[in-house]
Write a protein that binds this ligand. Structure first.
Ligand code: HOC
Length: 380
């Protein structure tokens, strides 16, 4: 991986190695993909304040997210179907995150199950929950996350209805999935990916199959997943989940000041400013453009995190300057996974860490915890 210097390099390699329908799944946004693109573009508009002749020795990227020590303020985001980028994808990514000293968040819609990930890690990971209409299933997921000693529950609020992603529909990744000779060809031209997939037992949603009464095979699974997101999800459900979980709770999908204040009143430990990577409401503002307003709106009453659009350590730094205590990367680690499995994820993290460190130093700061709006160029 010597020529891999940027997240874009990993993306190009992943595109060559992962069958198109799964690469596109990770790489797509809703409708025009305008919000997906804005997430990245708006980071580039922010300019940094360069400082000189400041002692830059003994720098530190260590901090905490919801009270947990992290080697840098970056967590792996919960991403659906991660195990289709690379066989055993969630287990490999969780191991890479653990070795790096940062949190891994397992999605409800993962291929590897909660138990699979717990079996290959030694430190607690975070679990992302979708509140499905089948509340018994939800309670069972919470119990399984507790049994696996997950140290935080990340409750996603912005997917009461699945956003429309044209690429997925065109690729036949819809309910029910449409398998055609084109898919067979896409896989046949990725022999390494196929060999690894054939060598693992986990090729379908491990948190669901065998755990929901109504899912018995692939076709009932596909109907179940498309019908189970709950359009009636409410703040009362958040309170109910908080009580049933009883541990650290992070609310994901806040993009509005009023919702942020509501989230504070739930007593959650953190909120994630997020538009689901531009995969839900196309036309919504970018996460980074909403971050300063949301930080101001909550007035320090809850820890604020950000996801969406981070492609470099510079982006992490900009989010911290605007008041985020931590950030999440989704696609960057998926590209790493598709490009090279566990070592690809580690490479993505190395790239981000190095960029964050160098950028922080050139801004004249030695400690990531001291970054603030004064490190941004006036007018950003
Ligand atoms: C086919 C199942 O967070 C995403 C995920 C969840 C979607 C589930 C779709 O892709 O945005």
């Amino acid at each position: 991986m010597s020529q891999i210097l940027t997240i874009d390099d990993l993306k190009a390699r992943a595109k060559r190695r992962v069958p198109k329908m799964f690469f596109d799944y990770a790489d797509s946004g809703a409708y025009t993909e305008g919000t997906y693109q804005a997430n990245e573009e708006d980071f580039r508009k922010i300019k940094l304040r360069q400082r000189v002749l400041v002692d830059m020795t003994n720098r530190s990227l260590e901090t905490t997210m919801i009270g947990e020590k992290v080697s840098m303020p970056v967590a792996l985001a919960p991403t659906g179907l991660t195990g289709m980028q690379h066989a055993n994808g969630e287990m490999l990514a969780a191991q890479a995150a653990e070795e790096f000293g940062i949190p891994f968040t397992l999605s409800t819609m993962s291929i590897c199950s909660i138990e699979d990930v717990a079996s290959v890690t030694t430190k607690p990971f975070w679990f992302q929950l979708y509140v499905m209409q089948d509340r018994d299933f939800v309670l069972n997921l919470i119990d399984r996350a507790k049994a696996a000693k997950c140290s935080a529950l990340v409750l996603t609020l912005d997917l009461q209805i699945l956003g429309q992603r044209h690429k997925d529909i065109r690729n036949g990744l819809s309910a029910p999935p449409k398998f055609t000779p084109k898919h067979v060809w896409q896989m046949a031209t990725r022999p390494m990916w196929c060999m690894r997939m054939l060598g693992t037992k986990r090729r379908t949603f491990g948190n669901i199959v065998g755990h929901s009464k109504s899912v018995t095979d692939l076709s009932s699974l596909s109907v179940w997943t498309s019908e189970q997101f709950d359009p009636q999800l409410s703040w009362a459900d958040v309170a109910w989940i908080k009580e049933r979980w009883g541990g650290k709770l992070i609310l994901k999908g806040i993009l509005d000041e009023e919702d942020a204040r509501m989230a504070v009143s739930t007593g959650a430990d953190a909120i994630i400013v997020s538009n689901h990577g531009g995969r839900q409401l196309d036309g919504a503002p970018s996460s980074i453009s909403m971050l300063p307003r949301i930080v101001d709106a909550v007035g320090g009453h809850v820890e604020v995190h950000l996801d969406g659009g981070i492609r470099s350590g510079q982006d992490v730094l900009k989010a911290l300057c605007y008041g985020a205590k931590g950030t999440y990367i989704g696609r960057p680690f998926l590209y790493g996974l598709g490009a090279g499995g566990k070592s690809g994820v580690t490479r993505a993290l190395d790239i981000i860490r190095k960029e964050l460190d160098i950028t922080m130093a050139l801004c004249g700061e030695r400690d990531v915890r001291n970054l603030s709006r004064r490190n941004l160029h006036q007018g950003s």
